[in-house]
Design a protein around this ligand. Structure first.
Ligand SMILES: [Zn+2]
Length: 128
């Protein structure tokens, strides 16, 4: 029989990860700093929480891994900001908003393309 208690390694890792994540969420106000989405309501919102760096770590400055450069973000804002370098939260919000608008545009186009791949609906007239 396989249940969560027979997987001690998984259990330990998940509990440690959730504890660390929840502490970070609560220490940082419980909301995405870019869109104000609450990130401590339930498991799903906790799982959506992520650590963002205003100036990406890829910029190569080691002191950017902690302190005021580290922000609580939802996964959507983090993905939209991606590797953009921001000099403030407001700057990051503007970057995210611009990219969100662009993504909505592209999603509408991709959705329309996908709908062309669906079989055409059969009309009532054709069924008779
Ligand atoms: Zn957000």
């Amino acid at each position: 029989m396989c249940d969560v208690y027979t997987l001690p390694d998984f259990t330990v890792r998940v509990r440690r990860s959730l504890r660390r994540k929840l502490r970070f969420i609560l220490e940082n106000g419980g909301k995405c700093c870019y869109c104000d989405r609450s990130l401590h309501e339930d498991l799903d919102t906790v799982l959506l929480a992520s650590v963002d760096h205003l100036v990406p770590l890829a910029a190569g400055k080691p002191n950017h891994a902690r302190g005021p450069n580290v922000k609580l973000s939802c996964m959507a804002c983090n993905l939209l900001k991606s590797s953009a370098s921001a000099y403030s939260i407001d700057h990051a919000r503007r970057i995210i908003q611009q990219r969100r608008t662009l993504c909505k545009f592209w999603l509408a186009i991709v959705t329309a393309e996908q709908q062309c791949l669906l079989p055409a609906p059969v009309s009532r007239e054709a069924e008779r």
